[in-house]
Design a protein around this ligand. Structure first.
Ligand SMILES: *Cc1c(COP(=O)(O)O)cnc(C)c1O
Length: 230
């Protein structure tokens, strides 16, 4: 068995274990395999090993791979920072855009989705660590952005995403995941029309088990599957 296949089996096992430990259904946690810098050929190998959802950070890089894997029955998510002027390339190409952090971007996505006569699923990215260098909207402004974005005809808000501050110990990150889950619950309680608030995109190679413990429904994992990026 290839290293990648072994990695995938291991990650599935760890996701299941973390979900059960939290009293959750393992099927409620979806693995988004992060493929930035990974070549199409290896992504195909991962798809053949059973992965069905891939996350990309750059639109141009993703377009080539999506084309190369057009015959594979897989889903593509956009997880990187999206500039408004690139929205036209991302809309419709990705089943879910995880990183919407401004109304300006949501409105541009809406415009582009309207042109293509589709409804684009998005997540609102929240900067729970209040780090100046990180993308994401502040907690206090998140509910308003969900409401405004959900009011757009061609945008559907599915939930929240975060990139917490970096720590080498998952237990230090866990409170940030908990905060995102609380925020999701607070916003869900407002019953905003057009916002489903089911998804929590959080957790990467170093901390996905802590994220699952706090309710992650989408974990974004690259290194543990494909190895260190060069
Ligand atoms: C690169 C990246 C990941 C995956 O990180 P790993 O540590 O390799 O698992 C997850 N989310 C985002 C937004 C990323 O840019």
């Amino acid at each position: 068995m290839s290293d990648m296949k072994k990695n995938i089996e291991q990650i599935h096992g760890r996701i299941q274990k973390a979900a059960r430990a939290a009293g959750r259904d393992p099927d409620a946690v979806r693995l988004v395999a992060v493929t930035k810098t990974v070549e199409a050929e290896r992504i195909r190998e991962a798809a053949e090993a059973g992965l069905d959802c891939f996350g990309e950070n750059y639109v141009q890089e993703a377009r080539e791979k999506i084309e190369a894997l057009a015959d594979a029955n897989v889903s593509w998510h956009f997880i990187g920072h999206l500039q408004s002027n690139k929205a036209k390339y991302a809309v419709g190409l990705f089943d879910l855009i995880h990183s919407v952090d401004s109304l300006k971007l949501a409105e541009e996505i809406d415009r582009q989705a309207a042109k293509r006569e589709l409804v684009q699923n998005i997540l609102v990215q929240v900067n729970v660590g209040r780090e100046t260098q990180k993308s994401g909207i502040d907690e206090e402004a998140a509910a308003a952005l969900v409401r405004d974005a959900a009011g757009l005809e061609h945008v559907r808000v599915n939930g929240l995403m975060t990139m917490p501050p970096f720590f080498d110990a998952p237990e230090k990150v866990q409170p940030y995941f908990r905060r995102l889950a609380e925020l999701r619950d607070e916003i869900a309680a407002q019953n905003i029309a057009g916002a489903e608030m089911k998804e929590l995109s959080m957790g990467m190679t170093g901390d996905f088990e802590a994220a699952i413990a706090e309710g992650a429904t989408l974990v974004r994992i690259g290194t543990a599957i494909f190895g260190e990026r060069t």
